[in-house]
Design a protein around this ligand. Sequence first.
Ligand SMILES: [Zn+2]
Length: 430
Amino acid sequence: MTRVTEKQLLDEIDARRDDLIALTQDLIRIPTLNPPGRNYREICEFLAERLGASGFTIELIRATGAIADSAKYPRWNIVARHNGARTGECVHFNSHHDVVEVGHGWTRDPFGAELDNGRIYGRGACDMKGGLATSIIAAEAFIATHPDYHGAIEISATADEESGGYGGVAYLAEQGYFDPARVQHVIIPEPLNKDRICLGHRGVWWAEIETQGRIAHGSMPFLGDCAVRHMGAVIDQMEQYLFPLLAGKHTAMPVVPDGAKQSTLNINSIHGGAVEQDADYTGLPVPCVPDCCRIVIDRRFLIEEDIAEVKREVTAMLDQIKAQRPNFKYEIRDLFEVQPTMTDRNAPVVRTVAEAIQKVLSRAPEYVVSPGTYDQKHIDRIGKLKNCIAYGPGILDLAHQPDEWIGVQDMVDSAKVMALTLAELLLPKP
Ligand SMILES: [Zn+2]
């Protein structure tokens, strides 16, 4: 086997800087908005051509029958695989190709991919087309300098991460693409900053709580039963009891930012009483006592907590109100749940990326856990693959914001970290 020095590999990344910029721009210029899921086929075909030319075997996979898959908006994914000269372990880079809506407040063209002062601007620049481009450049540079490596490199670009990942990574995991017999290391280049390794995320439980009353004329509320007042009692009890309880639950997980190092609960929405009319309705509302009020809660829980206990806290609170408040009736419905996950710091992919960060950036990595979930949940739960992290360039706070951007030097540095990681995991030890 020819020995190429680490310096030669890193020089090869520097030599591809313009290619990295152009690739990132090309990806941003394909507006893969989700919802509804536009141009998924187009971006997969673009990547198929690019990676096919670099010697990858291409599979385009439609998540037929998955949530949101339709003839108008099919959920397309790409898995590209490059086999080395001999068998060995497989390193998989998984990026989502969907981006969220543009929103207001932009001063740049959201799909123009303008390069200005070392930054590329556009929706999805940081979350996460910059990370996708970075992993492609890292893989191509490694393959070019080490054509006789052992094992395999996979690059996937998947649908719908922003809306749960069911037409993307979850579907691929169900088809066996993240079986530990096939893939041994997974890196998700989400924008966690180039010197941080994200080990996992907190858990999620979404539920809808409904209070019930009885409709009557608004001038005689004593003849009805106001469901909004019952919900007021629920929210009051949350303020008095539940929020302080959650604020007292701290985790040993290194969650960022600091405010997320405890259990949290958000009330995502509240609806009660008459349905709001369209803006073109010019009449007055009608006087009725609301017979129904609903809230959606978003509870984020810690690896130290048990989801059954998390749910019991809320139902116990509701039952306590019921015991004290006349005519209090409620229903609670589960909407969505995800278990927390955290990869071991001594897992091979964590150790290897940590060493590469030290070499490229001359500092130790920071280990973090994400406050919200991402596609690691499916790789962990369906794929049963634990050796998985999120690591990629980009500043997390810029995700989903107007004038989102990715720094070119951050991408170059991250590509070097990824390339050294491939070298460590896929080259036989001398
Ligand atoms: Zn993302």
